[in-house]
Design a protein around this ligand. Structure first.
Ligand SMILES: Cc1cc2nc3c(=O)[nH]c(=O)nc-3n(C[C@H](O)[C@H](O)[C@H](O)COP(=O)(O)O)c2cc1C
Length: 121
């Protein structure tokens, strides 16, 4: 989508993760399909980072256009797009993305996302 074009302009590789929501074996729903796809992406991210390669994941794309362009069979769902490459200079980015790129990464404290005993809002 428009807002993501800058991330993809100069990259050597654009990818898209795909999954089958039903098992090939018996056609029944695989409720872990999206979990497994995210896990595979996590593995890809860890390995890429280990090799000094940056990955930027993007949910902002047009799934139907991607399926058509890449001739992805109907039984597969596209999940997220990603671009991979070696880190460029933040100066290459438009001002808004440059600010975002240079911003300090903030993570939620663990006690906000982990609960012991029962679910906590
Ligand atoms: C599934 C998923 C979808 C995302 N979609 C977008 C997106 O469409 N556009 C975008 O700029 N960032 C998106 N992000 C965030 C970036 O990939 C990235 O995680 C974020 O900019 C933080 O950067 P860092 O990994 O360098 O800390 C998405 C992240 C995930 C996990």
């Amino acid at each position: 989508m428009e807002g993501n074009r800058e991330w993809a302009r100069n990259v050597p590789l654009i990818g898209i993760s795909c999954t089958k929501l039903n098992f090939s074996l018996n056609g029944k729903p695989n409720k872990f399909a999206l979990h497994d796809t995210g896990l595979a992406m996590g593995g890809l991210l860890a390995q890429a980072t280990f090799m000094g390669i940056r990955v930027h994941q993007m949910g902002g794309y047009y799934p139907e256009k991607a399926k058509e362009f890449l001739k992805i069979p109907y039984e597969y769902e596209t999940v997220a797009m990603f671009v991979m490459g070696y880190q460029g200079e933040a100066d290459q980015l438009p001002a808004e993305l440059k600010d975002r790129e240079l911003m300090e990464r903030v993570r939620k404290p663990l006690d906000e996302i982990l609960a012991r005993g029962s679910f906590k809002f």
